[in-house]
Write a protein that binds this ligand. Sequence first.
Ligand SMILES: *[C@@H]1O[C@H](CO)[C@@H](O)[C@H](O)[C@H]1NC(C)=O
Ligand SMILES: *[C@@H]1O[C@H](CO)[C@@H](O)[C@H](O)[C@H]1NC(C)=O
Ligand SMILES: *[C@@H]1O[C@H](CO)[C@@H](O)[C@H](O)[C@H]1NC(C)=O
Length: 438
Amino acid sequence: MFESATIVKSQMDLQKLKHLRFFGLRFNSLLSKGLLLILTALIIRTLFFPESFTFGVRKLHEFDMSESKSGNPRMKFLEVPQIVWGLNNQKIAFARACLTARLLNRTLLMPSLSASLFYKEIDQLQPISFDKVFQFHKFNSLCKGFVQLGQYSDRQNHSDIVIIQKGSGRRWTSDRDLDQLNNLKHDESETIRISGKNPFLWHDHWPVKDYAKVFECLVLVDEISKEADKVVAKIREFGSKSNIIPYNDPINNPIPYVAVHMRIEKDWMIHCKKLEHKLNVSEICSSKEEITNRVAKIPGLKTPSILYLAVADALLEDGSILNGWGPGLHPVEKKKLGVTEIYKNHPYLIKSAIDYEVCLRADVFVGNSYSTFSSLVVLERSQKMVRMGVKKGCGMDTKWPSYAYNLKGEFEGPRPWMTEFSDSSLQAISYGSNNVSC
Ligand SMILES: *[C@@H]1O[C@H](CO)[C@@H](O)[C@H](O)[C@H]1NC(C)=O
Ligand SMILES: *[C@@H]1O[C@H](CO)[C@@H](O)[C@H](O)[C@H]1NC(C)=O
Ligand SMILES: *[C@@H]1O[C@H](CO)[C@@H](O)[C@H](O)[C@H]1NC(C)=O
């Protein structure tokens, strides 16, 4: 892009030159001398500017791209298909695309996420740009030296592109997939476009800590995190207004809350029963009774306590979700808090991102170890603990305790849960797993 701009500029200068020569003859000598000076200046400019212009571009890229040392100034890109499905499937898919770009030593062209949750109707997936959800520059500064995002406008040659079809089917093994990627390392095309399956379905070649590194660089845009602030403020306010908890020091000692991510809606129940059958285990599906019983028995949980129930909207209808919780536990959900308005204005993806943030910030989190949503919440909470120097933190003694209600722990309570960062694949900790490492 910059190159062609320079060419256009030079052509304009040449035309000016021709004009000047043509008219120059008729002017008096003083004017001619002046024109000669301008001419010389223009010639010099035409001859030397393109060089310095390109040099400027090179400098700019070096600044952006930390990696591109003097050897090869040209940036190379990876383009991936639109990222789809649930918020956390999308985050995993995005991270996988990033790690693929890292393997290929390429910049990932900022992908489209999907604002809606339609599985089959491709035309209803509502593409939404990554930077409408997460901060673009923040991502690049936090992930500098690890992986970088680029804009489509960064590309210089739109036809210098190779399209790679991801293999599929049973014979397309993980090893073959990795071979394909390794061969692509030598590809000199400016852009590699991977077509076919969405990145969530690609083979996984990376350890948990690499995914965690990418997640760490994902920071919500202010508009969304402010919505989460509002919900969290409402939860804490509920505690003080209803005099459930004496509200002494809201700034230094805000009212604590427990977030419970309840998967008990019909769709999930069908899915988890199938999964239990397939994996021959019986601890994936938890009924509401099992969840309420286990949460009431969390060893060391202080009461009274506010419970924020993160549930599918369909379960808010009749309010029965609020009944049956243990003594001293005060459940609230969107409707009771009066925050449905905050959610109403947003598409699925943003709603989900707000709920995720509310769970992330909770003093205690309880979720299902087979849910991707719960697993990523726990992963990020565990990261916070690791940053504070905690190696293994299970239970109430730690700052950001998490629990899995689908697994039985001590005293009939839920099992404490912390992410094991040394696992060699995300599968081991994040979906279809009862590995909670506590
Ligand atoms: C990665 O790409 C940059 C330029 O984009 C280049 O300078 C660097 O040498 C490459 N690294 C490897 C290991 O190929
Ligand atoms: C752009 O890429 C195509 C395909 O690789 C190549 O043929 C063409 O010369 C390139 N154009 C420029 C201006 O580099
Ligand atoms: C399922 O697991 C149980 C024990 O957990 C075992 O006895 C049984 O053989 C398993 N069934 C299959 C089909 O693997």
